[in-house]
Design a protein around this ligand. Sequence first.
Ligand code: PRP
Ligand code: ZN
Length: 293
Amino acid sequence: MTERLRIALQKKGRLADDSFALLKKCGLRFAIRGGGLLARVKNMPIDLLLVRDDDIPSFVANDASDIGIVGENVLVEEQLVAKDKLDAEITMRLGFSRCKLCLAASDVSGITASSQLEGTRIATTYPGVLGKFLKDQGIKAKSVEMKGAVELAPSIGIAESICDLVSSGATLEANGLTAFETILESEAVLIQSGRTLSPEKQALLAKLMRRIDGVIKSSETKYIMLNAPKDKVAAITELLPGSDAPTIIPLAGSDLVALQAVCTENIFWETLEDLKALGARAILVLPIEKMMS
Ligand code: PRP
Ligand code: ZN
């Protein structure tokens, strides 16, 4: 019987949706149905274990799962609150679900810096990370542990400030709170324990990681095509972020050349405007579907 690689994933939420999308782009075929704990990948020997995100680090550490995809914030928190050090380490950064764990307070609190936290109450679902921050800074404050809806704590009078995740900033804004300090930056990460996997699982994991790497790279990479005056090619090439030597094709009967290049970094509107100012015309930016170098 073929051994199946088991990946622990958050069952629902923003990070879960992005994780499922990433695995689908890697060619894994599966369907997530409500309530199920295990989803079978149809075309590869992989099972997805769908669980609460705070359980993922310990499941990986305790061999309930071979690898996991989780927010770095959850990994760090679980490491800090675990009685014994969890055998779970980051093997790969995934670049999505970027967010920050911030301290925030309302304008009426008068708190605008962590130095003002002494003797106050801070509401959080991250007692581990917050506790370490306060200890490192030598601040004596009370951490009020909650299970969610932390942003409501100041308005209902149970804390002066909060320590919570900020992604777009909409939740803070909607609750009249302003972040004044970032204590942790986070993104989705692939985690693994120090145990050695069987050669079959190891080979499958290596293949999956190569595909993930390709998906991440191709999402940032664009193919750019434009026409440019011959004498501006050098200046234009310099503006293209992270590109190798471009392909230059002379256009018959004109001073223009067609230029094509792979750009490994995002191309912003500003770059296009700068290219146009240099005389580039008919500028096309195309997505890249797959990449393998
Ligand atoms: C996080 C966090 C905030 C919100 C911030 O919650 O606790 O409530 O996201 O995001 P924003 O800056 O884009 O508004 P999440 O959605 O992960 O759910 P949870 O609080 O139930 O964990
Ligand atoms: Zn929340």
